[in-house]
Design a protein around this ligand. Structure first.
Ligand code: HEC
Length: 128
C-alpha cells in the first residue's frame, strides 16, 4: 500500500525535527487551519463534541502516533493521508507535538459513531 510506504517514509524525516523549529511550528499551525482540523478540535485546539482537546497532545503522544492519526484517521476522525502532503504533515505534527499546555491524560471523549457529513477535508489549492 502506498499509504504505508508514505508512513514509513516519513519516520526518518520526522525524527530530526525534535530540534526546536519555530518556523516549522508556524507552518504547521497554518496546515491546521487550512485543512479544517478546527471544525472538530476547535481553532484554539480546545476540542469540541466532535474531537478531543489537543492542547496537551504533545505530552501524551509520540510524533509518530500523531502522524499516524493524521494520515490514517480513525475513531471518528477522517484520514488526511491523501490530502496533506509529506512536508505539510511534518510541520503539522511538529506544531501538535509542541502542544504541552493541556493535561497529559486525555479527557474522556466519546466520539460520534458516524463521521459528521458536514465536515469537509479541504484539498490544497494545487490539488483542486
Ligand atoms: C470530523 C472531526 C475531526 C476532524 C476534521 C479532525 N479530527 Fe482529529 N480527531 C477526531 C476524533 C473524533 C479523534 C479521537 C479519535 C480516537 O479517539 O480514536 C481525533 C483525534 C486526533 C488526534 C489524537 C488525539 C489524542 O489525544 O489521542 C490528533 C493528534 C488529531 N485528531 C489531529 C487532527 C488534525 C491535525 C486534524 C486536521 C488535519 C484533525 N485531527 C481533524 C476528530 C476530527
Amino acid at each position: 500500500m502506498p499509504r504505508y510506504a508514505l508512513l514509513f517514509g516519513l519516520l526518518p524525516l520526522t525524527l530530526p525535527l525534535y530540534a526546536d523549529s519555530n518556523k516549522g511550528r508556524a507552518a504547521g499551525a497554518e496546515v491546521y487551519k487550512t485543512f479544517g482540523c478546527a471544525q472538530c478540535h476547535n481553532p484554539d485546539l480546545s476540542g469540541s463534541e466532535k474531537g478531543p482537546d489537543l492542547r496537551g497532545v504533545g505530552r501524551r503522544l509520540h510524533q509518530f502516533d500523531i502522524t499516524q492519526q493524521v494520515q490514517k484517521g480513525g475513531g471518528g476522525m477522517p484520514s488526511f493521508g491523501d490530502v496533506i502532503d509529506e512536508q505539510q504533515t511534518i510541520h503539522l505534527v511538529e506544531f501538535l507535538h509542541a502542544q504541552t499546555k493541556g493535561p497529559k491524560v486525555r479527557k474522556r471523549f466519546k466520539p460520534l459513531t458516524e463521521p459528521d457529513p458536514q465536515v469537509q477535508q479541504k484539498p490544497t489549492e494545487d490539488q483542486q
